[in-house]
Design a binder for this molecule. Structure first.
Ligand code: NDP
Length: 291
C-alpha cells in the first residue's frame, strides 16, 4: 500500500527559519551594530554532545551570528562552571548561553540552569522561562524542540485551536513544554507517560499526536486516529547490520504503518530534529534584539 500522509519536511522549514534568522541578524547589525552571539558550554567528551555542539557553532556562522564553544574538561567542578556562567552573564557581546546537557555527575545541572541569566537562557530551561511559558507570557524563551514543533504545525496549516492534542512523554525538555505550547494555542491537551493506563485509548482520540518517549517505533497504525497529524520527536538508534555504521536512526513512530493512516507526518530523520537548532538561533536573535 502506498503512503497517504503528507510529509512534513522539517529540513525545509528549518532552512526557511534559518534564512529568516540570518535576515534578522543582518538587520540588527545594520541598524544597531549588534552581532547576535551564542556561547555553548560543553563539559567533558560525550561524543553525541560534541556533534550537536559543532552543528550549533556552524549554524551560527551560517546565520551571520557569533557562535563560540567553551570546552571544559570532564573534571570541571560546579564552582568552576558557575564562574564561567557568571562571566558569560556579564558579557554584553553574548546574548545566548547554552550549557550542553548531560553534565558530569559532580555538577548539579539545576544549579547551573538557575544561574544563567533568564534573558540569555535561549534553551528555555530556567524556572523563570518555564513559568513564563506556563502563564503564556511570550517574553520568555520556550524550549527549542517543542517550539520547533509549533512552527512545523503552523507552516503546514494545522490549526491547533480546539483540537484534541495528545503528547506522549512528560520530560522538562519536550513533553511538558509541548503541553504548555499546545494549550496556550487553545488545543485540548492530554499528556501520557509511563504510568498512563491504556495509552492507545488516549492516542486514538488525537487530532494531533506528538510522540516524545524515546522508544523506537512505539506508535503503531492501530493507535492512530485516521487523519491525525503525527509529530515524531523521538531519536533512537537501532542496530542495523546493513548500514555501514551498524545502526540507523528511527523515531518513536512506526513511520511506514502510521503514514498510511495519518494525514500529515514528520519523518525521522528530517523532521523535528532539524528544527531544534533553527529555533535556538531564533531565540538568540530575539535575545540580542531586546538586549
Ligand atoms: P525522557 O527520557 O526525558 O522522557 C521520556 C518520557 O517518555 C517520560 O515522560 C516517560 O515517562 C515517557 N515514557 C517512556 N516510556 C514510555 C512508555 N512505554 N509509555 C508511555 N510513556 C513512556 O526523554 P526526552 O523527553 O528527553 O526525549 C524523548 C525523545 O525525544 C527521545 O527519543 C529523544 O532522543 C528525543 N529528543 C529529540 C530532540 C530533537 O531535537 N528532535 C530533542 C530532545 C529529545 P515517565 O515520565 O513516567 O518516566
Amino acid at each position: 500500500m502506498t503512503s497517504h500522509a503528507e510529509l512534513i519536511d522539517g529540513a525545509a522549514v528549518a532552512d526557511a527559519v534559518r534564512a529568516e534568522v540570518a535576515r534578522e541578524a543582518a538587520a540588527l547589525l545594520a541598524t544597531r551594530g549588534i552581532t547576535p552571539g551564542l556561547t555553548v558550554v560543553l563539559v567533558g567528551e560525550d561524543p553525541a554532545s560534541a556533534v550537536y555542539v559543532r552543528s550549533k557553532e556552524q549554524a551560527c556562522k551560517e546565520a551571520g551570528m557569533h557562535g563560540e564553544t567553551i570546552r571544559l574538561p570532564a573534571t570541571t567542578s560546579q564552582a568552576e562552571l558557575l564562574a564561567v556562567v557568571d562571566r558569560l552573564n556579564a558579557d554584553p557581546a553574548i546574548h545566548g548561553i547554552l550549557v550542553q546537557m548531560p553534565l558530569p555527575k559532580q555538577i548539579d545541572a539545576q544549579a547551573i540552569i538557575r544561574r544563567i541569566d533568564p534573558r540569555k537562557d535561549v534553551d528555555g530551561f530556567h524556572p523563570e522561562n518555564v513559568g513564563k511559558l506556563l502563564i503564556g507570557d511570550a517574553d520568555g524563551f520556550a524550549p527549542c524542540t517543542p517550539a520547533g514543533v509549533m512552527v512545523l504545525l503552523e507552516r503546514y496549516g494545522v490549526d491547533v485551536a480546539g483540537k484534541e492534542a495528545v503528547v506522549l512523554g512528560r520530560s522538562t525538555i519536550v513533553g511538558k513544554p509541548m503541553m504548555s505550547l499546545l494549550v496556550n494555542a487553545s488545543a485540548t491537551v492530554t499528556v501520557c507517560h509511563s504510568r498512563t493506563r491504556d495509552l492507545a485509548r488516549h492516542t486514538a482520540k488525537a487530532d494531533i499526536l506528538v510522540a516524545a518517549i524515546g522508544k523506537p517505533n512505539f506508535v503503531t497504525a492501530e493507535m492512530v486516529r485516521p487523519g491525525a497529524v503525527v509529530i515524531d520527536v523521538g531519536i533512537n538508534r537501532v542496530e542495523d547490520p546493513a548500514n555501514k555504521k551498524g545502526y540507523r536512526i528511527v523515531g518513536d513512530v512506526d513511520f511506514t504503518g502510521v503514514s498510511r493512516v495519518a494525514s500529515k507526518i514528520t519523518p525521522v530523520p528530517g523532521g523535528v530534529g532539524k528544527m531544534t537548532i533553527a529555533m535556538l538561533l531564533k531565540n538568540t536573535v530575539r535575545a540580542a534584539s531586546v538586549a
